[in-house]
Design a protein around this ligand. Structure first.
Ligand SMILES: *Cc1c(COP(=O)(O)O)cnc(C)c1O
Length: 369
């Protein structure tokens, strides 16, 4: 007989997981607060998405469409894909978790990178597998380091492209080189949460690579440029066998009706997306130039956020900068958990917030320590 326990005990490894800590939201005692800590858009959602959300209120007693057909067909139409290869999720976080649940188990390894998104590690460990962390190079995913870490136990590789919190990206030729050298049984997950923002000719979110291979998945989100973070809408584009496997374990009604309708309306409003991207492009350049002029180092970003590095000088480090900015009502993201103890991540906000951060940081840097 097995030893009796006095209370329920989670599977081995579960209590080793460090729970995800979201970006701060509050600045106590400050009248006007700008939350620049979670890479949300300052432009809100498309008015058409908001209208669709309102309409969903009329049918609250009915179960949602478990296949999310309206949303999948809208995504497929905009991106030129087969809806059968699209699965939607309660945020892309849900899909990342389901993929781990399906492809990982005890004794398996999954490769993540030094500054990669913390959700991967949580989901890998949640599935009972071992996260293998590889170094990045110049704050960018290093394909050779990933390949060097592959073992017979490797079942998945996770890359955020562009990366969060770095804002850097891996060109498509490098992604192809990585894929070509991975064993055929390894699932390569390309998390393209910020793809809409990227303006680089050598970048691809992953659609072509997924289309022509059985072991690559691309995940996308409506939480960033589409401004629907509150509704939790994500999707993945994957080969038929992967969709089939994940479909067997996903909750039958994992998407709510409001999310399905608002998401479908949002993706059909590409004019709104273009405006948001143009606004961001203008500010990401301005912000980088202005912060460098103040004497701070900024990692070159293709996204809607910048990683700002502080000097290694008493009183001028990231924690002090964080406190200073918070006292002015600007909430940035501390990124120690991502391996950057002396940096803060700032999402591009509305004009007045971006100007305010530049002003506050020039004062902070010039301040006597
Ligand atoms: C914001 C973000 C996501 C999106 O997650 P959702 O669950 O869709 O809100 C996914 N990956 C990365 C790297 C992100 O920064």
């Amino acid at each position: 007989m097995s030893e009796e326990k006095s209370k329920p005990v989670p599977r081995p490894g579960i209590l080793d997981i460090a729970a995800y800590v979201p970006g701060k939201e509050h600045a106590p005692g400050v009248a006007r607060v700008y939350k620049l800590s979670s890479n949300e858009t300052p432009l809100g959602a498309s008015p058409k998405a908001i209208e669709a959300f309102r309409e969903a209120v009329g049918n609250l007693e009915r179960y949602p469409d478990g296949q999310a057909i309206e949303l999948r067909e809208s995504i497929a139409a905009v991106h030129g894909l087969n809806p059968a290869n699209i699965m939607c999720g309660n945020g892309s976080d849900e899909l990342l978790g389901l993929l781990c649940h399906v492809y990982l188990g005890t004794g398996d390894e999954a490769i993540i990178t030094e500054h990669g998104f913390l959700v991967y590690k949580i989901q890998i460990m949640g599935a009972g597998a071992t996260p293998v962390v590889v170094k990045e190079k110049d704050e960018t995913v290093d394909v050779d380091a990933i390949l060097a870490a592959v073992t017979p136990k490797t079942k998945m590789v996770f890359i955020a492209n562009p990366g969060n919190p770095t804002g850097t990206y891996v060109p498509v030729c490098e992604i192809r080189r990585l894929h070509a050298s991975l064993p055929k049984n390894v699932v390569l997950v390309l998390d393209a949460a910020y793809a809409e923002y990227v303006r680089r000719n050598d970048y691809e979110a992953g659609i072509e690579i997924v289309s022509s291979n059985p072991n690559v998945v691309m995940t996308r989100t409506f939480s960033k440029v589409y401004g629907l973070a509150a509704l939790r809408v994500g999707w993945m584009y994957a080969p038929a066998d992967i969709i089939d496997a994940v479909n067997r374990v996903r909750g039958p009604f994992n998407m709510n009706s409001a999310a399905i309708s608002a998401g479908a309306a949002a993706i059909r409003d590409q004019a709104f997306v273009q405006e948001a991207v143009a606004f961001n492009q203008m500010w990401i350049e301005k912000m980088t130039v202005a912060l460098e002029a103040v004497g701070l180092k900024v990692t070159p970003s293709v996204t809607n956020f910048v990683l700002i590095h502080f000097p290694d000088v008493d009183g001028k480090r990231a924690p002090e900068a964080d406190a200073f900015l918070t006292s002015r009502g600007y909430i940035l993201r501390a990124v120690k958990g991502y391996g950057f103890a002396n940096a803060l991540r700032m999402s591009i906000g509305p004009d007045e917030a971006n100007r305010g951060v530049i002003e506050a940081l020039s004062e902070f840097v010039g301040r006597k320590s």
